[in-house]
Design a protein around this ligand. Structure first.
Ligand code: ADP
Ligand code: MG
Length: 268
């Protein structure tokens, strides 16, 4: 049995406006050892799909089964021990410190006192170190850079100690070194700790390099689900993104890479 199974999911936003976006007949099975990248153009439904898996949005029809149980049968605290979510635009209006934001991720594990014990604090500091946040712990979450904010929210999700980590464009604000260090960390957690990763990505090469499976969405439908080499091809990128790319063997890596060139957009 798959760890997470989405069967025949239909969803549409409740809106009085015309042209309401919908996801149609989504069927995806996710296994425990998966590192799944979700790719697709802006507005193709990537964040919507992620929010359905968090339970924040509810499907109109179809079923989401997590570890043998329907997602809507989980109590919030139990669900938070299974799934952690790093939103696309992490923000908070309250001036919490970075430490407070990270520590919030412990809430499903706290006892009735509601306070962190030594084990909780150990976990928090272990993750803080992994994400290189030690030097900004006392700073306000609104007083740090976009990349630091993103790392703080990834830390918050990791201290939750989930089975599945959902990330929505986690590298959007990261410099190239931090992109690699975070994806290396995610890959290590995936390989060694059995953490299932589901991440929305825009970087086709990072998706190719780090994931074992890729889900490509087009206009609210699954265009293709398969291995990176099967999904991230010149033909599929042209069909889904309307961009002509080159796929070539690059000097440094074993796998082929995608090369983008400003002149390659087909119809702009
Ligand atoms: P992606 O993450 O792939 O860029 P989204 O899943 O965020 O796309 O959005 C898919 C479509 O749904 C977009 O056209 C967007 O405008 C629309 N949408 C997103 N959130 C809402 C909402 N709360 N109400 C109505 N429409 C929405
Ligand atoms: Mg999005």
């Amino acid at each position: 049995m798959s760890l997470l199974s989405l069967s025949n999911i239909d969803f549409s936003y409740n809106s009085s406006k015309r042209n309401i976006f919908s996801l149609d007949k989504i069927n995806v099975q996710i296994e425990k050892d998966d590192f799944l990248s979700i790719l697709g153009p802006n507005g193709s439904g990537k964040s919507t799909l992620i929010k359905l898996i968090t339970g924040y949005l509810k499907p109109n029809s179809g079923e989401i089964i997590l570890d043998g149980k329907n997602l809507n049968q989980y109590k919030p605290k139990d669900l938070a021990k299974k799934i952690a979510y790093v939103p696309q635009i992490p923000n908070t209006i309250y001036p919490f410190s970075v430490y407070e934001i990270v520590a919030m991720g412990r809430y499903p594990h706290l006892g009735i006192s509601g306070f962190e014990n030594e084990k909780d604090k150990e976990k928090i500091f272990e993750v803080v170190k992994l994400l290189e946040l030690e030097h900004i712990l006392e700073k306000g979450i609104n007083e740090i850079s976009g990349g630091e904010t993103q790392r703080a929210f990834i830390a918050r999700a990791l201290v939750q100690e989930p089975q599945i980590l959902l990330l929505d464009e986690p590298n959007a604000h990261l410099d190239i070194k931090h992109q690699l260090s975070i994806f290396n960390l995610l890959k290590k957690l995936n390989d060694q700790n059995g953490l299932t990763i589901i991440t929305v990505m825009h970087d086709l090469n990072l998706a190719k390099y780090y994931s074992n499976r890729v889900l490509m969405l087009k206009e609210g439908k699954v265009f293709l689900l398969g291995t990176p080499d099967d999904v991230i091809t010149k033909e599929n990128i042209l069909d889904v993104f309307d961009v002509n790319v080159d796929v070539q063997q690059s000097g440094m890596s074993e796998t082929s890479s995608i090369f983008i060139n400003p002149g390659y957009v087909t119809n702009v």
